[in-house]
Design a protein around this ligand. Structure first.
Ligand SMILES: [Zn+2]
Length: 380
């Protein structure tokens, strides 16, 4: 008997004709078919094997599914047809599923991808590093937050500007040195155009102030953050790309006191409430009067001396120069159809990298743009 049963196992499966349609007999027949399906699907090694397997089980003409449909379902007596039908449907689903699974396994083997069916769910997952804001962006957002709290909106504009927006409307005279290629990066091939239409990489975000004033009437309160470009050689404190935040407030009766109060508040919000500010006369074409703003040195608390030695950060002066500002030159209002006799306002601008360098103690501006993860990780 044992010899016969071993032979039966190695013989290819054939669909037996059923004469007994009792539940027990049906279950036995289904078990036999199911183990044949397992056995045969395990032996598949190639696409050719798989095609033979698929056709043997699913071929419309004489496939095993067709055979059980004919010799089990159609041959069954009426009162057991429902039970036979349920089993035949279950087998059909099993066969279709197996044929599809074997095919995708073969495909995964061929493409070298891991076998989806054998993922070990107990293995620890892949830990992905969580990103963080770039220190320049973080500093910019912090500064924007300070002015948002004062009721300023945020304006943005193109990085490629015309001479008109970058210089002319900001009251730069035609021969101003900033209009020289030594300081400004111009787009090539513009010589045929009139000067005011020539394209350049904006050297400050001030053009956004002009664009904002063209779009809306006073009162205006806006900060303009963004990337700017100058024809500077790389060194520890200069980069041809850097970021600026400029601000503009235009309304009736705005005075220099408003400017001083606003910037003093902003510097305290950024660097701490003990920071002092002072204003030095300066010159910008688009403001009159103009001032440079210095803050008391945050490294030596304005003493000029740190650890018994002259403070290097403020060159022992106790002050650090941080930004430029002034009352908007009435000539600028002429370019945007504001009535200079009725409105007044102030503008200011600061370098974002400069602030980040001070805030985080960075000694080389190039670190911000090198993409070195070891540097950036310190801010996560
Ligand atoms: Zn100092």
């Amino acid at each position: 008997m044992t010899g016969i049963s071993r032979t039966a196992q190695t013989m290819p499966y054939t669909v037996s004709k059923l004469t007994d349609f009792s539940s027990t007999a049906l279950d036995a027949a289904v078990r036999e078919l199911r183990s044949a399906l397992d056995r045969e699907s395990k032996d598949i090694r190639s696409e050719t094997d798989w095609k033979v397997f698929r056709d043997r089980w699913m071929a419309r003409k004489n496939g095993i599914l067709t055979q059980i449909n004919d010799s089990w379902l159609k041959a069954s007596p009426k009162d057991s047809r429902r039970e036979v039908g349920q089993r035949v449907n279950w087998i059909r689903a099993q066969v279709e599923d197996r044929v599809q699974k074997v095919e995708s396994l073969l495909l995964e083997l061929a493409t070298g991808k891991p076998l989806g069916d054998f993922v070990d769910v107990t293995l620890p997952g892949i830990r992905r590093a969580i990103g963080a804001e770039h220190p320049v962006i973080k500093t910019m957002n912090d500064m924007i937050g300070v002015f948002r709290n004062l009721g300023y909106s945020v304006g943005e504009g193109p990085e490629i500007e015309t001479d008109f927006y970058n210089f002319e409307a900001l009251n730069f005279p035609p021969n101003h040195p900033a209009r020289d290629t030594q300081d400004t990066l111009f787009i090539a091939g513009q010589d045929a155009k009139p000067l005011r239409d020539r394209l350049l990489l904006r050297t400050h975000t001030s053009p956004v102030q002009i664009r904002t004033m063209q779009k809306m009437k006073p009162p205006v309160r806006v900060v303009c953050p963004g990337k700017v470009h100058r024809n500077d050689a790389l060194d520890a404190t200069h980069s041809p790309i850097f970021h600026q935040i400029e601000g503009l407030a235009v309304d009736t009766n705005i005075t220099f006191c408003d400017l001083k109060g606003t910037l003093d508040h902003a510097m305290k919000a950024m660097f701490g409430s003990s920071v002092k500010t002072r204003f030095y006369p300066s010159f910008f074409p688009f403001t009159e009067p103009s001032a440079d703003v210095q803050i008391s040195c945050i490294f030596c608390d304005g003493k000029g001396v740190r650890d018994g030695a002259p403070c290097r950060n403020c060159k022992a002066s106790g002050w650090i120069e941080l930004l430029g500002c002034g009352m908007v030159d009435p000539n600028v209002y002429g370019f945007v159809d504001y009535d200079a006799s009725r409105v007044s306002g102030f503008a200011f601008g600061m370098g974002v990298e400069r602030i980040a360098i001070l805030k985080y103690g960075v000694d080389d501006i190039q670190l911000f743009f090198s993409g070195d993860v070891r540097f950036l990780e310190q801010f996560s």
